[in-house]
Write a protein that binds this ligand. Structure first.
Ligand code: CS2
Length: 478
């Protein structure tokens, strides 16, 4: 397949370490870094990135050093491939390799302006919107605040050092799929700092900003076909940090930077005063559909999102879920045609080259249900609107947990042990009651809302009796 490589239009040697990115996984490499590259191409500047990971992935970081910090991002769709060589990273850091002081000193260094985060939902160590002080990682970090292991602990210890160096504050930019991700991060950081020292918390409050963001790009875990594609583009050499993704990308950022802003807007991001409506739209329309497909698709033996879109029942149901059950819960956004947005999502999901695995999306569902489906269900129940497809998604998750328990498997989910213990012991209504009793997932007022329990039971029974696909088909044909 023919492809040209678009190389950086700037000289990476002129960049300085002004952005620390924590969580340099597939998504960050293909999203934030591409925006920065495009921004530097368009507007210049000296914003370079230090790529950091806190847990796994030290080998990739070391390989990135060896590759002169260059890596490829290949956008695929049908027969076309557009490859970019990224040049925005100028260094890497892993506390396991370099020691924690190296990381904290970076945060406390003069040029550092932004700490951006892609650490997944569970990386925030929160529970119902606030820092979980019982979280094992948070407890350990509070006991050993100078050797933190969680992102929240790292940020606070780094900011403490920064304050000690008499430097100005900076911007903490959360880029995970959580509602009000900026506010949540701020609350978590301040709560942790308060446990340590009220004055430090006050300093952070006065000097650090936490803009909210909506991020969007489908970036599946790399499979063997992707590895091969990157190797072909790379002249026969493997690229251990290379990544394959869809052409689409979107980033909406609340314009609230503590100091100079990296050229994200020049790279195509939209800066706004209020991210909330965009974020709710994306979480419910795109991610809500993803979780629907992850659960019911997996239960139906459909392994990828594009395979779901090739199945007329799932394709129709996904559009229906978006337009009739999620959309009525969304605020209007000036200039956004929501029907067009939904149709474009179906086209993006159908991308035959991505092979986005339903099982991959199914990971950490306990952390995803509230913002993707449950909050919209609560709105529908309040307004007396039907919600049969949302019910199937939630009941599908319950069946998914049950099937894993019956097969003696674990879930890829931080709550796996609790969820499997519940599902090993029971089925049917008692299982539904026990799972919807997990307070960190289901808010009490939703669980007790008239119609909620009955709706989930009906959906659960439909899946148990007829299989997930037939249950979905029955709803769209009713
Ligand atoms: C997906 C997201 O794995 C998941 O939970 O729903 O990673 C999704 O692909 C991105 O949010 C798209 O922007």
């Amino acid at each position: 397949m023919h492809h040209t490589i678009i190389r950086p239009g700037f000289d990476p040697a002129t960049l300085r370490p002004r952005i620390l990115h924590i969580g340099f996984g597939a998504f960050a490499r293909a999203h934030l870094m591409v925006y920065l590259q495009e921004g530097l191409n368009a507007a210049g500047g000296d914003f370079g990135v230090v790529a950091c990971r806190l847990n796994s992935g030290v080998e990739e970081l070391t390989a990135l050093d060896a590759a002169g910090h260059r890596y490829l991002v290949a956008e695929v769709d049908g027969g076309t491939v557009t490859a970019r060589e990224l040049g925005v990273v100028i260094g890497t850091c892993h506390p396991g390799r370099d020691g924690i002081d190296a990381l904290l000193d970076l945060i406390a260094s003069e040029p550092m302006s932004v700490i951006s985060l892609t650490i997944t939902e569970k990386g925030y160590c929160c529970r119902n919107g606030s820092l979980d002080l019982d979280h094992a990682g948070i407890r350990a970090d509070l006991e050993n605040p100078q050797s933190p292991k969680t992102a929240i602990g790292v940020i606070v210890a780094g900011l403490e050092r920064r304050r000690g160096n008499a430097l100005s504050g900076l911007t903490v930019l959360s880029c995970d799929n959580q509602p009000d991700n900026g506010k949540l991060t701020r609350a978590a950081v301040l709560a942790f700092a308060h446990q340590r020292d009220g004055k430090l918390a006050d300093w952070i409050d006065a000097n650090v900003t936490f803009p909210g963001t909506m991020v969007d790009r489908v970036v599946p875990a790399l499979d063997s076909e992707g590895v091969q594609l990157l190797k072909d583009i790379n002249g026969g050499k493997d690229d251990p940090n290379g990544i394959v993704c869809e052409p689409f990308r979107q980033w909406v950022i609340e314009d609230d930077f503590a100091s100079a802003r990296p050229p994200y807007a020049e790279g195509g991001a939209m800066l706004t005063g209020d991210v909330h409506p965009f974020e709710t739209m994306k979480l419910r329309m795109l991610n809500g559909s993803h979780t629907f497909l992850a659960m019911l698709g997996t239960l139906s033996g459909l392994e990828t999102v594009d395979a779901c879109m090739a199945d007329t029942v799932f394709r129709k149901a996904t559009l229906r879920l978006m337009l009739t059950e999620q959309r009525p819960t969304l605020p209007e956004i000036d200039g956004v045609d929501i029907e067009g947005y939904a149709e474009d999502l179906i086209t993006r999901f159908a991308n035959p080259k991505l092979k986005h695995r339903t099982r991959q999306i199914a990971s950490d569902t306990s952390q995803k249900l509230p913002q993707r489906l449950l909050s919209a269900i609560a709105d529908n129940l309040d307004a007396g609107r039907p919600w049969p497809l949302q019910a199937l998604a939630v009941a599908g998750w319950m069946r998914f947990v049950k099937e894993a328990a019956d097969a003696g498997e674990k879930l890829a989910d931080p709550l796996s042990a609790d969820l499997i213990a519940i599902a090993e012991k029971q089925d049917g209504e008692s299982l539904i009651d026990a799972l919807s009793g997990v307070e960190t997932i289901f808010p009490a007022d939703l669980r007790d809302a008239p119609g909620f329990r009955a709706g989930i039971i009906e959906a659960y029974n439909a899946i148990a009796e007829n299989g997930a696909r037939k249950a979905v088909e029955a709803v769209i044909e009713a």
